[in-house]
Design a protein around this ligand. Structure first.
Ligand code: FNR
Length: 361
């Protein structure tokens, strides 16, 4: 028994106790050997902070801007699917917590509430994440609905032409509930002989031929800025800048897609350098501590997104839990900044961290 949680990792244990095993495994799991899942967190432990002392840290300002929106801290909510498996009201509750914390929520394409329900439930700045379907007309419809309902950016997830093999889901015979956003438009009845239909549904619906040149199509059907989520290399970062997207999210989908993809924090700087300040770079994967947020910012991220901890907060304690998760991370970041001599987010620089490579040299 954990008792009152004092950090994000303890929320994971509370969620494990609160959820049926099938759902907990779905949220917590990663692909195949789960190497990338674990490395996402481990790699942070190999980065040291280089604190500066005797700086006036009597006031710490965590606030920052993301695509022009002022938020209370550089911590956003990542798009994660199916929040109703964690809480009866699903994403509506998560969105309310985002608003209360004055941060941005990226709503998953595969949410359990409709994008309209989420839009009308809170006044948080919202982004909409999208996978492109083989039925381009359906994708276009969704994009238009998101824009009409006040979503401020489109997050195109690029690392999932197919769904990664999550063996716990196969063992548990995890099947996809009805997807609300496309419920009346598309039937998702793919079955699979391995017990779970998650991969089969995705294979049947998603357009695995979608590639760089199709981003142009996407930008012709919306005025929302487009962020590409799921890049891990300098080569792709250069392409992203070239096609004119508004930003990048360095992400390996929380270790749920390609196992043995590198931990995101180990490739963040490569992407940041390739982009050269032309567009903002965001980051997700394994952020569990304020020190992790600090390290990602020092390596060039403008803000981080958190995935699983938000779901764990939601499962354990509903809206209050999500707020607690975000508040804990903010409090830890604030303390880290104070102890490192950084009174504001823009004071966090590359000189404030030492990577493993630098240590070895
Ligand atoms: C995800 N993620 C994800 N990403 C996305 O673009 N669309 C989606 O629908 C989902 N769904 C989803 C479900 C679950 C249960 C998880 C855990 C993750 C990936 C997510 O946006 C993010 O990249 C990772 O969660 C970040 O890693 P952490 O914070 O969970 O370690």
């Amino acid at each position: 028994m954990v008792g009152e949680p004092v950090n994000l990792n303890e929320f994971q244990e509370l969620a494990r106790q609160a959820l049926p095993k099938m759902y907990y495994d779905f949220y917590a799991g990663g692909a195949e050997d789960q190497y990338t899942l674990e490395e996402n967190m481990e790699a942070f432990r190999r980065i040291m902070i280089r604190p500066r002392v005797l700086v006036d840290v009597s006031r710490i300002d965590l606030s920052t801007y993301v695509l022009g929106y002022n938020i209370s801290a550089p911590i956003l909510i990542a798009p994660t699917s199916l929040h109703k498996l964690a809480h009866p009201e699903g994403e509506v509750v998560t969105a309310r917590a985002a608003a209360a914390c004055k941060t941005i929520m990226a709503l998953s394409f595969t949410s359990s509430c409709t994008l309209e329900e989420v839009a009308s439930s809170c006044n948080a700045v919202r982004f909409f994440q999208i996978y492109v379907y083989k039925r381009r007309d359906l994708s276009a419809l969704l994009v238009q609905r998101a824009e009409r309902n006040g979503y401020k950016a489109l997050v195109l997830t690029a690392d999932s032409p197919r769904v990664g093999r999550k063996e716990a889901d196969i063992k548990n015979k995890m099947t996809l509930p009805k997807l609300k956003n496309t419920e009346r438009l598309l039937s998702l009845e793919a079955s699979s002989d391995n017990g779970s239909n998650l991969a089969a549904v995705a294979k049947e619906t998603k357009d695995a031929s979608f590639c760089w040149k199709d981003i142009e199509w996407l930008s012709t059907i919306t005025n929302m800025p487009i962020l590409i989520k799921g890049l891990l290399t300098r080569e792709d970062a250069i392409k992203a800048v070239k096609v004119g997207v508004a930003g990048i999210v360095v992400s390996n989908h929380g270790g749920r897609q390609l196992d043995y993809a590198p931990a995101t924090i180990t490739v963040l700087e490569e992407v940041v350098q390739a982009v050269g300040g032309r567009i903002p770079v965001f980051f997700d994967g394994g952020v569990r501590r304020g020190t992790d947020v600090f390290k990602a910012l020092a390596l060039g991220a403008q803000a981080v997104l958190i995935g699983r901890p938000v779901i764990y907060g939601l499962a354990a304690k509903g809206e209050y839990g999500v707020r607690q998760v975000i508040q804990m991370l903010k409090d830890e970041l604030e303390l880290t900044m104070a102890l490192s001599g950084c009174p504001s987010v823009k004071d966090i620089t590359r000189r404030h961290v030492r990577t493993e490579l630098e240590r070895l040299h």
